[in-house]
Design a protein around this ligand. Structure first.
Ligand SMILES: [Zn+2]
Length: 115
């Protein structure tokens, strides 16, 4: 079953909202990264503080990576909408179940080929 214009518009809306939320989160996270905190340049850091900062930095990097991956997937789905291939599995070219798209609008694979 092909997606109706109405469903497509609704899913596009969801994707754009998600993209905005992800971009905001990315911006926030970048600001929170302790390595970008200028106040640490006062030279009084204890060793323990630095160990904590390293850990916090690592956690931030992992979160950033996840966010960037999600954002990439959302962008990919939006691009597919532009080219008219949205809703088709990128592996088997089968139609992606609409129920799946409603839960996960950035899906570019069917249930069977979900990563
Ligand atoms: Zn498939």
């Amino acid at each position: 079953m092909k997606l109706s214009q109405e469903s497509l518009a609704e899913l596009k809306n969801k994707l754009q909202t998600k993209k905005l939320a992800l971009s905001e989160e990315l911006k926030l996270l970048n600001g929170e990264d302790t390595y970008h905190d200028l106040s640490r340049a006062d030279g009084n850091s204890e060793d323990a503080d630095e160990a904590y900062e390293d850990l916090a930095h690592e956690e931030t990097q992992i979160k950033l990576h996840d966010l960037q991956k999600s954002l990439f997937q959302v962008d990919k789905a939006l691009n597919l909408m532009e080219t008219g291939s949205y809703g088709l599995c990128e592996i088997c070219s089968g139609v992606i179940d609409q129920a799946r798209l409603e839960v996960y609008p950035e899906a570019t694979t069917c249930f069977e080929h979900a990563i």
